[in-house]
Design a protein around this ligand. Structure first.
Ligand code: ZN
Length: 490
């Protein structure tokens, strides 16, 4: 390879040559999902972005320890340490044990990730399984004088920290500005400053997820888990920390402050952030009501979707944009991606069967294409440019196949290796499974039956409703009636 991998570092705000702290080992931490709802597009983008990073670093022969956590406690409804725990709220509404909610949505997250051909991380720790690590880190921060106890809770003292360490180093925010813009919320009088954040929260009597500590019966603040688990598995300092841009502040900013306060070191060498997804030009989010789950994309069962979009179409579409650009989802754009993906896969099938048809002197030279592909991916994982080069290669493949272009053995085997490396191993694209269409059809049939059952119930025809339910169960469909409708799985 001619040039080296450069990564855009959100901390320095420039591209830097990648030099791991302890080669050939690379430590990478990515903030995973808070498991309280069906995985949607917003989950797919960071997972696929950092899957590309993980895959390419392994392609470069680095030994990567990739930690992607599961948030199952402490993520409150708003970022100002107030509101109900997201998991606990779901558990209360559904009358479930919080860990049932966690298990259910962790399973559906894994199922969606497998469909998208996202590799499993090396370690997938749960926040609730690392309460002791979080407590001991809180203790270190208290001992170092960067936190204070107040009414059973422990808060990070941002102003004190900011005296010697710049708080806002990652997000570019200034404490003085935060002072002016942070809203004073009710119940915040425990804090010295409104922008101080909770390391430990005393649990209200009705709060179900709680652990006893020397401060109170309570639970860790959301930012604590990533600092504690990152340190636990990757050390005080590690190479790459990733996540969505929406996590930059306050989550990642707070992670830096916590780690510097506890361990006296900047925890991360390269901070990477993927940009957000919009849907027909609008920001996506559950609260906005335009979130479409991945399962709904795969089956096409959603009023806003004109058809089913396969997991590989979604993956290809996400890779067609650079991870630092916003990406707008629409039916038109997805249909174009579907065509592009199929064209690429068809060319690979042609390439597989291609045989050399010329000698070295008359052969096309594939070396240039290889060089261009590496230049693209080494330029901060520029997957859209990489894909454009791969499509240029498709023209070559088709011309050789048509007999319009000659290729010798050496160039042909190098071309085959190039597509295997870049398309299969690095971009993680694979031919659509034959059963993909069947899955979508099955889903549509089940949804149709559930609609009939809903109608029967509305018409007080309970005999028919029960008959449909019993027959679906007999066919191996698991049904769960919720306030929003019936959820099902096979
Ligand atoms: Zn995190």
């Amino acid at each position: 390879m001619d040039n080296k991998l450069a990564i855009y570092n959100t901390l320095s705000k420039k591209k830097e040559t990648f030099e791991p702290l302890n080669p050939p080992h690379v430590g990478m931490y990515v903030c995973g999902p808070t498991v309280y709802g069906d995985p949607h597009l917003g989950h797919a983008r960071p997972a696929i972005t950092f899957d590309l990073v993980f895959r390419y670093l392994q392609h470069l022969d680095f030994k990567v320890r990739y930690v992607r956590n599961i948030t199952d406690v402490g993520h409150l409804e708003n970022d100002a340490d107030e509101g109900e725990d997201k998991i606990a709220k779901k558990a209360r509404l559904e009358e479930l044990e919080p860990m049932e909610v966690v298990q259910y949505y962790t399973n559906s997250y894994h199922k969606a990730m497998r469909a998208l051909n996202v590799l499993d991380p090396s370690i997938e720790p749960n926040a609730s399984g690392h309460i002791l690590e979080q407590m001991s880190m809180i203790k270190k921060i208290l001992e170092a004088g960067f936190a204070y106890e107040s009414a059973g809770s422990v808060y990070f003292d941002v102003a004190k920290y900011n005296e010697n360490h710049p708080y806002g180093i990652l997000s570019g925010r200034k404490v003085e500005e935060l002072m002016a813009t942070t809203r004073e919320l009710e119940g915040q009088d425990e804090k010295k400053n409104s922008f101080d954040f909770a390391l430990w929260k005393k649990a209200a009597p009705e709060h179900i997820m709680r652990w006893s500590s020397e401060w109170s019966d309570g639970f860790p603040g959301w930012h604590m888990e990533c600092s504690a688990m990152g340190t636990r598995y990757l050390g005080d300092q590690f190479d790459i920390h990733g996540g969505g841009m929406d996590l930059l502040f306050p989550h990642h900013e707070s992670e830096i402050a916590q780690s510097v306060a506890a361990n006296g070191k900047m925890p991360v060498r390269y901070w990477m952030h993927n940009n957000m997804i919009t849907l027909n030009g609008q920001k996506m989010g559950k609260s906005l009501g335009n979130a479409i789950s991945l399962e709904e994309f795969f089956t096409g069962v959603h009023p806003k979707l004109e058809q089913a979009y396969s997991p590989m179409t979604i993956r290809f579409f996400i890779m067609q944009a650079h991870y630092r650009s916003t990406l707008d989802f629409s039916n038109e754009a997805l249909q174009a991606a579907e065509k592009g993906f199929q064209r690429l896969m068809a060319a690979i099938e042609v390439l597989d069967k291609l045989e050399a048809n010329g000698n070295a002197a008359e052969s096309v030279d594939t070396g240039k294409l290889k060089k261009k592909c590496y230049e693209a991916i080494n330029d901060d994982f520029n997957s859209p440019i990489l894909i454009a080069h791969l499509f240029d290669g498709v023209k070559t493949i088709n011309s050789v196949n048509d007999g319009k272009l000659k290729i010798d053995h050496k160039n042909l085997s190098s071309l085959k290796e190039l597509y295997l490396s870049f398309v299969t191993d690095i971009l993680g694209l694979k031919p659509e499974a034959e059963s993909g269409g069947d899955d979508a059809l099955t889903a549509q049939l089940i949804e149709t039956l559930l609609n009939l059952r809903r109608e029967a119930k509305l018409n007080k025809d309970f005999a028919t409703a029960d008959k449909i339910r019993d027959q679906l169960i007999a066919m191996g469909v698991t049904l769960k009636d919720t306030k929003e409708g019936t959820e099902w799985s096979l």
